[in-house]
Design a protein around this ligand. Structure first.
Ligand code: AMP
Length: 477
């Protein structure tokens, strides 16, 4: 199949050809015709599948036909959970729409609102936004939706994880009822299905990746390492393989800072990217990483969401994520769009239960190898993948009880090295990181039990309930 058969016009095909894309990815092949037909779409697709072009290309096509956006009006709204993802999508809109006379803009928090107001004032055909800043703009009457034709909800699962459900509901309430809706989510939990019910009408359902499976272009490896040896083992791996560009995941912001500093001290250029960094610092770190000036980018989960680095060859999990689905997202940073990639996880015995959860989620055990000179002194138990009856212990065989790990659905947190954060009492589901929230909510949020501790809250602390199961990760029927 080629892009020409999908119903896209010459200016868009030219922009696609400029990017060097030859064939549409599976999600593009399915989503583009459906969107062009004006249908609602509900797609289970992870990042790395080409989903951005999957909705951006037909959006541009549709919008190139109708009446242009009037002052303060938006014709298509793309909602995304993080600033990085918003910036990334906006870049794609600009790239794919460069031969069309359409106006687009991107709005997110952490930067001045003034220029955003002036941009929207002229009217924008496509607005990419994070929910908090969009509500701020709406409350200031800087934006109006009466001309809105299409709504795209991207990474809906992550939106809910980050506690954006109320913001999304507020936004939905002010949009015209008659509109086309496109919803993308890597996973489909019950919460997502509920959200979808009130959002999409008779949608075309698309599922391009078997749910919660890892891209098979990514070679995955577990390296059992003692916790105290991880930093030195990482240095050895970087040197031994001569990795020139490696994205390293850290569970916490402080961990990310510490690691970046220690790598730098060993002569390996590194930068950290997380929710405590200013937008400017994050943009700079990413640009330096992309240009090769910085060899290692240490990121928390939230900050890494939306990073699209072409041909990223290597991902390292310095810590395993608390939420197994995040593992799938993390390693999806490499092996993108069919390119080969490698993901290595440094796993200490304290993380055996996290590893077991991941291996159960992806339905396979991962190969293991020791890092020479850093062989672990504590045994990492093998995961038993055989299904257990309800109520039975789901931990790995021989695993010691992991005191630092909360029980499922407890709403608690595993904070191995940082301060407790978020949602202990279930009051706030919002995660910080690069997420935005409207200023009014920020104020009420500051009155939360976490007042005064917010600088310790990490953008990637899982504040969601751990209710997802692989079986729930399918588009709603
Ligand atoms: P996404 O899943 O939208 O984040 O896209 C992942 C990566 O795939 C991006 O780097 C895109 O530039 C690239 N990409 C998207 N569509 C195609 C295509 N049809 N052929 C090759 N690369 C693509």
């Amino acid at each position: 199949m080629s892009f020409t058969s999908l119903g896209l016009s010459a200016p868009i095909l030219k922009a696609v050809a400029n990017k060097g894309y030859e064939t549409p990815s599976p999600i593009q092949a399915q989503a583009i015709p459906a969107v062009l037909e004006g249908k609602d779409v509900m797609a289970a697709a992870q990042t790395g599948t080409g989903k951005t072009a999957g909705f951006t290309l037909p959006l541009l096509e549709l919008l190139s036909k109708g009446e242009r956006a009037r002052a303060k009006q938006v014709r298509a709204l793309v909602l995304t959970p993080t600033r990085e993802l918003a910036a990334q999508i906006a870049e794609s809109v600009t790239t794919y729409g460069k031969y069309l006379p359409l106006r687009s803009a991107v709005v997110f928090g952490g930067v001045g609102i003034g220029p955003q107001i002036s941009q929207i004032n002229r009217g924008v055909d496509i607005l990419v936004a994070t929910p908090g800043r969009l509500l701020d703009l709406y409350n200031q009457r800087a934006v109006s939706f009466s001309q809105l034709e299409v709504l795209v909800l991207d990474e809906a699962d992550r939106m809910l994880d980050m506690g954006f459900i109320h913001d999304i509901k507020k936004i939905l309430a002010v949009l015209p009822a008659k509109r086309q809706n496109l919803m993308f989510s890597a996973t489909f939990s019950d919460e997502i299905r509920t959200l979808a019910k009130g959002l999409v009408n008779n949608p075309v359902e698309i599922s391009v990746t078997p749910r919660n499976t890892t891209a098979n272009t990514v070679e995955q490896l577990i390296c059992p390492v003692d916790k105290t040896q991880k930093s030195a083992a990482l240095v050895q791996l970087i040197k031994q393989h001569d990795w020139q560009q490696v994205l390293v995941f850290s569970r916490t912001k402080h961990g990310a800072n510490r690691l970046a500093k220690s790598l730098d001290a060993k002569g390996i250029t590194a930068a950290a990217i997380h929710g405590n960094k200013s937008q400017g610092a994050r943009t700079k770190a990413l640009a330096n990483f992309k240009s090769g000036e910085v060899r290692v980018l240490v990121a928390t989960d939230i900050a890494a969401r939306g990073l699209d680095i072409d041909q990223l060859p290597q991902v390292v999990n310095f810590d395993l994520p608390n939420v197994p689905e995040d593992y799938v997202h993390r390693i999806g940073r490499t092996g993108r769009a069919g390119a080969a990639g490698k993901a290595i996880s440094l796993v200490s015995s304290e993380e055996s239960k996290l590893l077991a959860d991941i291996e159960r989620l992806i339905g396979k055990t991962l190969p293991r190898t020791e890092v020479a000179g850093f062989e672990s002194t504590h045994k990492l138990p093998e995961t038993d993948l055989t299904p257990k009856r309800h109520g039975q212990n789901r931990g790995p065989r021989n695993a010691k009880p992991n005191a630092s790990r909360p029980a499922r659905n407890s709403g608690g947190h595993n904070r191995n090295d940082d301060k407790p954060q978020g949602n202990r009492d279930g009051q706030s589901k919002r995660r910080s990181g690069s997420a935005d929230k409207p200023s009014t909510e920020s104020q009420s949020h500051n009155k939360s039990p976490y007042q005064g501790k917010s600088e310790h809250r990490d953008g990637n602390a899982p504040s969601r309930r751990r209710t997802r199961r692989p079986s729930a990760a399918q588009p709603a029927k």
